[in-house]
Design a protein around this ligand. Structure first.
Ligand code: MGD
Ligand code: MGD
Ligand code: SF4
Length: 755
C-alpha cells in the first residue's frame, strides 16, 4: 500500500487537530508498504535542517516504508517530503555506474570501471598540483553530505593536498549566521534548542518561511500557539507567507530594509524602558561598528536615528507596528527568535544576525527556557557536518580557524602531519572559487553532493568556472544540472545505503544506519574519497579507516575538551538513542539543552559566579554591536523598478533532483512561476497564467504569472527549484563582506508582459 497525498493529509489532520490556518501537513503514519516489514532501521530525514528522526522499513533487500521516529525530537511526525522518501531511492535515473567524458566538455559521458574513473580523475589533479601547486585544486562540498564524508574531505584537502580551497553550499546558506554567532558570542552554533518552542511566549520569526521550509518545527510552533492563546507570534517578512498567516503581527516591508527595523525595535525598547540594564550590565559589552569598545550612552546616541517614524520611511512598516513589535518582543516572559535565509542571504547578513542578538541581550531574553536567538539551519548536516568539522575555507575542526597559528598547530599535531602543512591563508570562498576556476587559477575541483550549476548566483558568470576547470563529481541522479559540466562522475551511495551522522539546527547529532545495499555499482563516498586521494598522491597513512565508524571515532576524540565536546557520543550510543545534543563530554552525559548556562552546560564551571557564561569570549561577555542600516546591493530603481526575491516551496527540495521523482510532490509544483501583487498586475495588464518577462541587468527570462497578495506591491517572487527556468541567471553575485554569503534575496528587475 502506498500512502497518497490525500491519505497523508487525512492522517495529518487526525494526528493533530490544529484548527489553525497555515499549519502544514505532518503525519505520524508510515508511508509505503508497512505490511511485512522485516525490520525498521533508524535514520534521519534526507531533507531539511529540522533533522527529523525516521525509521526505514526494510523487506528483504529493499526499503519499503518510512515513518517518523517517535523517540526523536519530531515525536514520530514527518512532513510530506520526508514521508515520500522511498520512491526517491528507486528513481529510474539513479547514477549507478562511474562515467567519464573522454572527448572533453560537451562530449558524451561513457560508463567505465571504477579504476578507470578514478585514474581519469586523479590525473588532472596530479598535473595541477605539479604545475601550479596545491591552490590549483579544490573541494566543493555540501551541508547534505554525511559528517564522516565532510570531515574526511576536509582532512584530505587541508592536510593531504595542503590547500584550504575547501568550501561548500553552507557558504550560500548559513555563513552569515556562523559569523553572527562568532562576532556576538565568540563561538558558532546556537544556544537554544527546539524545546524552547514549547516554552516561548513570543515567537519573533524574521526572514524565515518556517511553514514551508521547516514544516515539522512550524507544526510545533502552531501547536504551542493553539494550546496557549496568550502566546504571540510576530513575523517579519516582505511576503505574506503561510508562516505569517498565524502571526498576531505581520511586518511586511521593502525587502532589504529590516536592519532599520531591528535598530528601530532597540530604539523603542530603550525609550520605553523595556531594556534590562542589570542583564546587559553583567553579560554584554557595547562595540562600535568597527569593533571598538563603547558605552551604553554611545548606543543610545546611535539609535537616535532609528525612531519608529524614520524606520517607517525606510521600510514602509507603520511606526505603530514597529512600536508594537518591540513591546511584544521585550514584554513577553520568554521570546524566541527564529530566522533563516531572509536574514542570512544578504550583503549585510552578518550585521542582521548581530542585530537580532542585540535585541536578546538588551532585554535579557536569553539563556532561559523559551528565551533565545535560534537560527534555523537549512540543510540536514550544515551544522554537524560542515560548520562543526570546519569544512569551509577559513575554518578548521571544532571551532578552530585557519588564520590562527595555534589552531593550525593543534590540528597538525592531531592529524600527524609536519608543522607548517596547513596553509595560514584561508582558501577561496564559494563565489571566489568559481571565479578562480573561470580564470584558470583553480584547475581541478571535486564536487560532492551539491548541484552548483543550478544553485550558484549569477549563473551566466559563475558556470564559466565549471566550463573551464576539470570537474570530478559524485552524484546520485542523472538530471542534476552540474552533470553537464562533469568530466568524471562517481556514483555515490544514497541516503540509507550507507551509514553516517547528521547534525541539525539544535546541536543534535543523530545517526542514519545503513538499511540497504548501495544501488548498482555505486559506493559509499568515504570509499570514493579515499580511493581518489590515494590515486591523486595523498599519503594513505592520513586515512587509515575501514569504516565510517573509524572516522567518527577520530572526530569524537578530536572534539574532546573543545567547545564542541561530544566525546560522550559513542557510535553505540548514537545507534541506541535518537539524537543527542552537544556539549556531551562523557558517555553518561544526557546532552545539553541550554548552552552557556551554569548547571546546564557542562562547559560552564559549576562554581562559576554568574548564571550565564559566554565562554567563547575572553571576558565571558557577549557583544552588542552598533550596526547601521545599509541598503541591499541592488535595490529597485527607476530603470529596474521591482525587487525580485527567490526561495522555496514546501514540496520541492532545492533543485528537485529528489522531490521531482515523487509524483505526489511534483504534481503540486510542476514548474516555476512568478508571484505578482494584484495591484502591480493590474498596472502591468497581466492576468493569471500570462507569460511575464523578468529582466535584470544580467539576463531576462519568462515565467507564468501567479497573481496573489503574497507579495507586496513592488516585489515579485520566484522559486528556484525548476531546472528549466534557472532563475539564478538573473541574479548578481554580490556577497556579504564578512561571511561571503551571496544576496539571493534581493535584486532589481523589470517586469512586463511578454509581447
Ligand atoms: P526561503 O524561501 O529561502 O526559506 O528556509 P527559509 O529561509 O525559510 O526564504 C525565507 C523568506 O525570506 C521568504 O519568505 C522571503 O520572502 C523572505 N525574505 C526575502 N527578502 C527578505 C528580507 O529582505 N528580509 C527578510 N526578513 N526576509 C526576506 C531556507 C531553508 O529551507 C534552507 S537554507 C534550506 S537549505 C532548506 N531548503 C529547503 C527546500 O529547498 N525546500 C523545502 N521545502 N524546505 C527546505 N528547507 C530548508
Ligand atoms: P541540491 O539540489 O540540494 O542543491 O544548492 P545545492 O546543494 O546545489 O543539490 C544536491 C545535489 O546532490 C543534487 O544534485 C542531488 O541529486 C545530489 N545528491 C543527493 N543525495 C546525494 C548523496 O547522497 N550523495 C551525492 N554525492 N549526491 C547526492 C542548495 C543551495 O542553493 C543552498 S543550501 C542555498 S541556502 C541557496 N539558496 C538559494 C536561494 O534561496 N535562492 C536561490 N535563487 N538560489 C539559492 N541557491 C542555494
Ligand atoms: Fe524531513 Fe524537514 Fe520534513 Fe522533517 S520537516 S520530515 S526533516 S523535510
Amino acid at each position: 500500500m502506498t500512502v497518497s497525498r490525500r491519505e497523508f493529509l487525512k492522517g495529518s489532520a487526525a494526528a493533530l487537530a490544529l484548527g489553525m490556518v497555515g499549519a502544514p501537513a505532518c503525519a505520524a503514519a508510515a508511508a509505503g508498504n508497512e505490511e511485512n516489514v522485516d525490520k525498521w532501521v533508524k535514520g534521519v530525514c534526507r531533507y531539511c535542517g529540522t533533522g527529523c528522526g525516521v525509521l526505514v522499513g526494510v523487506k528483504g533487500d529493499r526499503a519499503v516504508a518510512v515513518k517518523g521516529d517517535p523517540n526523536n525530537h519530531n515525536a514520530g511526525l514527518l512532513c510530506l517530503k520526508g514521508a515520500m522518501l522511498i520512491p526517491v531511492i528507486y528513481a529510474e535515473d539513479r547514477v549507478t555506474e562511474p562515467m567519464i567524458r573522454r572527448g572533453g566538455k560537451g562530449s558524451p559521458l561513457s560508463k567505465v570501471t571504477w579504476d578507470e574513473a578514478l585514474d581519469f580523475a586523479a590525473k588532472p589533479f596530479r598535473e595541477a598540483l605539479a604545475a601550479s601547486g596545491p591552490n590549483a585544486i579544490a573541494y566543493y562540498g555540501s551541508g547534505q553530505a554525511l559528517t564522516e564524508e565532510s570531515y574526511l574531505a576536509n582532512k584530505i584537502w587541508k592536510a593531504g593536498f595542503k590547500t584550504n580551497n575547501v568550501d561548500g553550499n553552507p557558504r550560500l546558506c548559513m555563513a552569515s549566521a556562523v559569523a553572527g554567532y562568532l562576532t556576538t558570542f565568540g563561538k558558532d552554533e546556537p544556544m537554544g534548542t527546539y524545546d524552547d518552542m514549547d516554552a516561548a511566549t513570543c515567537f519573533f520569526i524574521i526572514g524565515s518561511n518556517t511553514s514551508e521550509a521547516h514544516p515539522v518545527l512550524f507544526r510545533r510552533i502552531a501547536q504551542r500557539k493553539e494550546s496557549s492563546p496568550d502566546v504571540k507570534v510576530v513575523v517579519a517578512d516582505p511576503r505574506r507567507t503561510n508562516t505569517s498567516r498565524i502571526a498576531d503581527l505581520h511586518l511586511s516591508f521593502i525587502a532589504g530594509t529590516d536592519l532599520a527595523l531591528l535598530n528601530g525595535m532597540a530604539h523603542v525598547i530603550i525609550r520605553e524602558e523595556l531594556d534590562n540594564p542589570r542583564f546587559y550590565g553583567r553579560y554584554a559589552n557595547f562595540v562600535t561598528n568597527d569593533g571598538k569598545p563603547c558605552t551604553f550612552e554611545d548606543y543610545k546616541v546611535f539609535l537616535a536615528d532609528y525612531t519608529p517614524e524614520k524606520v517607517q520611511e525606510i521600510t514602509s512598516i507603520p511606526a505603530a507596528d514597529v512600536i508594537k513589535a518591540a513591546k511584544i518582543f521585550a514584554e513577553s516572559s520568554s521570546t524566541l527568535s527564529l530566522w533563516c535565509m531572509g536574514i542570512n542571504q544578504r550583503t549585510r547578513g552578518v550585521w542582521a544576525n548581530n542585530l537580532i542578538h542585540n535585541l536578546h541581550l538588551l532585554t535579557g531574553q536569553i539563556g532561559r527556557p523559551g528565551a533565545s536567538p535560534l537560527s534555523l539551519t537549512g540543510q540536514p548536516n550544515a551544522c554537524g557536518g560542515v560548520r562543526d568539522t570546519g569544512s569551509l575555507a577559513h575554518l578548521l575542526p571544532a571551532g578552530r580557524m585557519v588564520a590562527n597559528e595555534k589552531h593550525r598547530a593543534e590540528m597538525e599535531e592531531f592529524w600527524g602531519v609536519p608543522k607548517g602543512t596547513i596553509q595560514p591563508k584561508m582558501g577561496h570562498h564559494t563565489v571566489a572559487l568559481f571565479e578562480a576556476m573561470a580564470k584558470g587559477d583553480v584547475k581541478a575541483v571535486f564536487i560532492h553532493c551539491t548541484n552548483p550549476a543550478h544553485t550558484l548566483p549569477d549563473l551566466n558568470a559563475l558556470t564559466k568556472g565549471l566550463e573551464t576547470a576539470f570537474v570530478a563529481q559524485t552524484e546520485c541522479f542523472m538530471d542534476a544540472e552540474t552533470l553537464k559540466y562533469a568530466d568524471v562522475v562517481f556514483p555515490a551511495a544514497f541516503w540509507c545505503e550507507t551509514e553516517g551522522v547528521y547534525g541539525c539546527t539544535e546541536r543534535r547529532y543523530s545517526i542514519t544506519e545503513q538499511a540497504i545495499k548501495p544501488m548498482g555499482n555505486s559506493r559509499p563516498t568515504i570509499q570514493i574519497l579515499m580511493d581518489f586521494a590515494r590515486k591523486a598522491g595523498v599519503d594513505p597513512k592520513l586515512f587509515p579507516y575501514k569504516t565510517a565508524a573509524d572516522i567518527w571515532e577520530e572526530w569524537r576524540t578530536l572534539s574532546k575538551g573543545s567547545p564542541y565536546d561530544f566525546y560522550g557520543m559513542t557510535r553505540d550510543r548514537l545507534k541506541k538513542e535518537s539524537g543527542i545534543k552537544w556539549p556531551c563530554p562523557t558517555e553518561d552525559h544526557p546532552g545539553t539543552n541550554l548552552r552557556y548556562v551554569r548547571g546546564e552546560d557542562p562547559l560552564v564551571p559549576a562554581n562559576h559566579p554568574d548564571r550565564l557564561f559566554f565562554y567563547g569570549r575572553p571576558d565571558g561577555k557577549a557583544n552588542i554591536f552598533l550596526r547601521p542600516y545599509q541598503p541591499p546591493f541592488e535595490p529597485a530603481d527607476k530603470d529596474y523598478p521591482f525587487v525580485l526575491t527567490t526561495g522555496r516551496v514546501i514540496d520541492h527540495w532545492h533543485t528537485a533532483t529528489m522531490t521531482g521523482k515523487v509524483p505526489e510532490l511534483q504534481k503540486a509544483y510542476p514548474s516555476a512561476f512568478v508571484e505578482i501583487n494584484p495591484d502591480d498586475a493590474k498596472k502591468l495588464g497581466v492576468s493569471n497564467g500570462d507569460q511575464v518577462v523578468l529582466e535584470t541587468r544580467r539576463d531576462k527570462m519568462t515565467f507564468p504569472a501567479r497573481i496573489t497578495d503574497t507579495c507586496m506591491p513592488g516585489l515579485v517572487f520566484c522559486p528556484f527549484f525548476d531546472k528549466n527556468k534557472l532563475v539564478n541567471r538573473l541574479f548578481h553575485h554580490a556577497v556579504d563582506n564578512a561571511s561571503k554569503e551571496p544576496e539571493y534575496k534581493i535584486c532589481a528587475t523589470k517586469v512586463y508582459k511578454q509581447a
